[in-house]
Design a protein around this ligand. Structure first.
Ligand code: ZN
Length: 427
């Protein structure tokens, strides 16, 4: 009698010509008090694909975010109530929030018309990057589109990968803000950061999924590759590191489907090959996700403090201290497995293990269980500002601990700005 949630969603997204509506879908913030209650919630997650878990049940998680369709709400609520598990409904009708989401069009030839109070469709983000290149200087080519910001040769690299989960709209918004700051800010620390490193930034690494979230189905997470009746691979479970281990699924109907093999997807294959070609120069790798206000370090399959865990945690905590100064937004720092849940085949684990990149972090941006993936656009600017604050502090703290000291340092001045598009054709 209970149709599986995800199968139902894939079916609808295939057959409906109109954009899927989430009328009366509700977002629950479930508050387990103890390990037993967490286990029950895990059983709920594993037994049925009835619900879309936006965060994972885990013993030290303060909450679990669960999206329910209108039909399944009474089942969910009675499941929780009979087990004495506390919950609140943060968004009774998620469609209302989606309806209020400001999606704007970017006006070509005026790069300032990209603003920090709205979300933008894929073609607008790409058009904006094209125009930035044209406005500030030269070299272009072309569809995972990225931008390289470089003030000269011989610099180490800061690499930012964003929106590999397409519904996490705050991630390209914040990433675009960072690009804009690096190019236009008058702040001395920001200018120094822009100058001292080669920045490789990819605002949307899952373009097919991202288009789908704008045109058909706002809450789509995976890419759009079909597998029979099911669609999509979770691109952040598809990397060749502990592939198909804990926290990922071999079932194409689930939201954490790891794909038919490691790097089976064009997105992860092209991106990883590109990262490999630069790897010995990468000092810092950032992967942007939402939500939960977490800063995660590898690895996702174990809580053991591997590699330079203690340095990475120290730098991360200080960076999150800086993040909280402006608006008081609290972030938790930890490795993936201890701070969030077991997850394998993720980009940051692969980058760390395959290439021993010194500092590798995953941001889970705002918020904590109220809006989740439908974060209102008035939180873009503050999210961008505080995230930029934290990246600057990360660089500062990393240098204090002996990381990121190679390259030209502060003596470089702005001689020329070069922008190079890095484009991967996916189809
Ligand atoms: Zn994500």
């Amino acid at each position: 009698m209970l149709k599986t949630f995800l199968l139902c969603l894939s079916f609808l997204s295939l057959t409906l010509a109109e954009k899927f509506r989430f009328d009366n879908y509700s977002l629950y913030k479930v508050l387990p008090k103890n390990v037993t209650q967490v286990k029950w919630i895990e059983e709920l997650q594993n037994a049925e694909d009835m619900f879309d878990f936006w965060s994972e049940p885990q013993s030290h998680a303060e909450y679990v975010s669960i999206l329910s369709s209108p039909e399944n709400k009474s089942y969910l609520e009675s499941f929780l109530k009979t087990r004495g598990i506390n919950f609140e409904i943060t968004l009774p009708n998620i469609q209302e929030v989606i309806d209020k989401e400001t999606v704007k069009k970017y006006t070509r030839t005026n790069t300032r018309s990209m603003t920090w109070d709205a979300y933008y469709p894929l073609e607008d983000i790409y058009a904006w990057i094209d125009d930035l290149v044209a406005t500030h200087s030269s070299v272009a080519r072309r569809i995972i589109k990225g931008i390289k910001i470089s003030h000269g040769s011989g610099r180490k690299i800061i690499f930012i990968e964003s929106a590999i989960h397409s519904r996490e709209w705050i991630t390209p918004a914040v990433t675009n803000y960072i690009i804009n700051e690096l190019l236009t800010s008058e702040d001395e620390d920001t200018k120094a950061a822009a100058r001292d490193f080669d920045w490789y930034i990819f605002p949307v690494t899952n373009p097919d999924g991202y288009v789908w979230t704008h045109t058909e189905y706002r809450l789509w997470r995976k890419n759009r590759r079909p597998f029979g009746a099911d669609i999509g691979v979770d691109l952040n479970r598809n990397w060749n590191n502990n592939w198909l281990g804990v926290g990922s699924s071999g079932n194409a109907s689930t939201n954490t489907y790891a794909g038919p093999g490691p790097f089976s997807e064009e997105e992860t294959r092209t991106l990883s090959e590109y990262i490999s070609s630069l790897a010995d120069k990468i000092d810092l790798y950032l992967s942007m996700h939402s939500s939960g206000q977490l800063l995660l370090i590898p690895f996702g399959n174990t809580t053991e403090p591997l590699a330079n865990y203690y340095d990475a945690i120290k730098i991360g905590r200080r960076a999150m201290g800086a993040l909280s100064v402006r608006y008081g937004t609290p972030y938790t720092t930890g490795n993936i497995a201890e701070a969030i849940y077991l997850a394998t085949g993720t980009s940051i684990d692969w980058v760390k293990e395959a290439h021993q990149v010194p500092l590798v972090y995953c941001y889970e941006l705002r918020d904590r269980g109220v809006f989740g993936h439908v974060l209102p656009a008035d939180q873009i600017l503050p999210s961008g500002e505080e995230t930029m604050d934290s990246i600057l502090e990360m660089i500062h703290q990393a240098r204090r601990l002996g990381y990121m000291n190679s390259g030209n340092g502060l003596k470089a001045s702005i001689l020329s700005l070069a922008f190079i598009f890095v484009n991967f054709y996916l189809h």
